[in-house]
Design a binder for this molecule. Structure first.
Ligand code: PRP
Ligand code: URA
Length: 249
């Protein structure tokens, strides 16, 4: 190798080191941008917690049976709820420990309501209730017409104090976005003002549709998948969430 070739090789290595550092820096910036344990992209939070990602792998796996699927969905819902409730407001109260009087924090502010979109959303309710046992639970029944893929509403029952509550709408799947949009619309038309939407797996099409229809609603996702297929299923997704939860196929 002559001097020039040696110089070129060194220069290339230096460039790669610089490039590597630059990419590393970018990754760092993205990681630093993680707000509350979730990566923010506008108002969409994609959870990257290893426990959530690990459990999601087995939720997706077609060899996972109904019992395990149900348990895993429940566990992931709890983990997600832990992050989603991070912005709950606190107030000081005075208590007495066995040693002294002290000020300590308790939850204040709006009470919570959980709204599963039937059927599959039911699978996430208990997981959220484990952390917020006093939350009220409303139900919105929607199914997706297999031909048009449009949501059909068949049941709505909400807590009576809708206007005062903050709601978390839960559904494992956000595909075209039709069901989430309709459920949120249904809630708003009955007076709800503070709504978050939480799902396990979302397609980019669904996220964009919900963001556009309800820009005031934050979306929390365990995984943002690649696309929808021609049947409106999320790819790679997990298949039909309702059927897998309830063993109906
Ligand atoms: C599934 C899922 C969502 C909806 C998502 O429900 O649980 O509610 O599809 O699809 P979208 O974003 O395109 O509206 P499904 O309609 O299969 O009803 P089910 O829960 O009763 O099975
Ligand atoms: N509903 C599901 O259950 N799964 C999908 O992939 C899309 C909609």
């Amino acid at each position: 190798m002559n001097c020039w070739e040696f110089f070129c090789r060194i220069r290339r290595s230096v460039w790669f080191v610089f490039f590597d550092t630059y990419i590393g820096r970018l990754t760092q910036i993205l990681l630093l941008d993680k707000r509350k344990g979730a990566m923010t992209v506008a108002k969409v939070y994609v959870f990257d917690h290893p426990l959530i990602q690990h459990k999601l792998t087995y939720i997706r796996d077609k060899h996972t049976g109904t019992k395990e699927f149900r348990e895993l969905v429940d566990e992931v819902a709890t983990l997600m709820a832990f992050e989603i409730t991070r912005d709950m407001t606190l107030e000081d109260i005075t208590i007495e420990t066995p040693v002294s009087e002290t000020k300590s924090k308790v939850l204040s502010g709006k009470k919570l309501g959980i709204i599963p979109i039937l059927r599959a959303g039911i699978g996430m309710v208990d997981g959220v209730l484990k952390l917020i046992p006093a939350a009220k639970v409303g139900h919105i029944g929607l199914y997706r017409d297999p031909e048009t893929l449009l949501p059909v509403e068949y049941y709505v029952k909400l807590p009576s104090d809708v206007e005062e509550r903050e709601f978390i709408v839960v559904d494992p799947m956000l595909a075209t976005g039709g069901s989430a949009i309709a459920a949120i619309h249904s809630l708003k038309s009955r007076g709800a003002k503070h709504i978050k939407f939480m799902c396990l797996i979302a397609a980019p099409e669904g996220v964009a549709a919900v963001e556009q229809a309800h820009p005031d609603v934050d979306i929390y996702i365990a995984a943002l998948d690649e696309k929808l297929n021609e049947h409106g299923y999320i790819v790679p997704g997990l298949g039909d969430a309702g059927d897998r939860l309830f063993g109906t196929k």
